[in-house]
Design a protein around this ligand. Sequence first.
Ligand SMILES: Nc1ncnc2c1ncn2[C@@H]1O[C@H](COP(=O)(O)OP(=O)(O)O)[C@@H](O)[C@H]1O
Ligand SMILES: [Mg+2]
Length: 219
Amino acid sequence: MNQLDTKIVTFINVKGGVGKTTLSINLAATLAIRHNKRVLLVDGDSQGSATKWVGHAEEGSEFPCTVISLATASGNAHREIKKFIGLYDYIIVDCPPHKEAKLNASILLVSDLAIIPFNPAPIDLNAIDELIPLLNTTLEYNPDLKIYALVNRHDNRKISSEVVEYFNENQEITLLRTKIKSRAVYCVTMLTGSSVYTSNISAAKNEIALLTDEVLQIL
Ligand SMILES: Nc1ncnc2c1ncn2[C@@H]1O[C@H](COP(=O)(O)OP(=O)(O)O)[C@@H](O)[C@H]1O
Ligand SMILES: [Mg+2]
C-alpha cells in the first residue's frame, strides 16, 4: 500500500517474452517526456533486460528516466522501493518471469497497479491463471491493488471469445481498453536504448500515449 504521492506500476507475468520490459520502458519514457513526470524505472529481472536496453542509448540521447536494478533484492524489494517514495511521481517495475520469485510477491505488496501483458491467444491465459494465487494473496495485504491485463502484439483480429470470457469469469482482473499492436519499432528501440515516444512511428507513439493516459486515469 502506498499512500504517498508516488504511484507504483508493476508489469508482471509468470511468462517471459510477453512484453513486460518493452512496455515498462515505453510507459516510463512517455510519463517522463510527454507528462513531464519524475519517473524511476526498476529492473527486477536478473537478466537485466531493462538495464541493458537503456545502456544502448548514445551520448546525448540518454534514456529520460533513472533506471536502477533491484534484481537481487528478492523478498526485500518492497523495503528497497519504499526508499524512493516521495522522490519520484511514478515508479515503474519490470518484473522477472517466475512464479516463485520472491521479488514479485514483495513488489506487489507496495504496488498501486499491476499490469499483466499477454498475447491474446488462449494459451497465454494459462500463464495468467498461474499468477492468480499470488494476486489473491497480495489482495489480502494490499486490498487497494488494481489489477489489469494488457493485450500485447495485437494483430487487429477480434479478441477471441475465450479470452473475453476469461476476464468475465476472473473479475479481479480487468482488461485495459488500449491494445498494443505488433510493430518492428518495439524491437528497434530496444537496440537504440530509446522508446517509441521519440521514434517517428506515430502509430506506436499514439498507442503508448493512450496506454499512458489510461494508466493515469486508473491511478
Ligand atoms: N508489441 C510488440 N511488437 C513487436 N515486438 C514486440 C512487442 N512487444 C514485445 N516485443 C518483442 O518481444 C520480445 C520479448 O519482449 P520483452 O519486452 O523482452 O518481454 P518480457 O520482458 O515479458 O520477457 C522482444 O524481442 C521485444 O522486442
Ligand atoms: Mg523482460
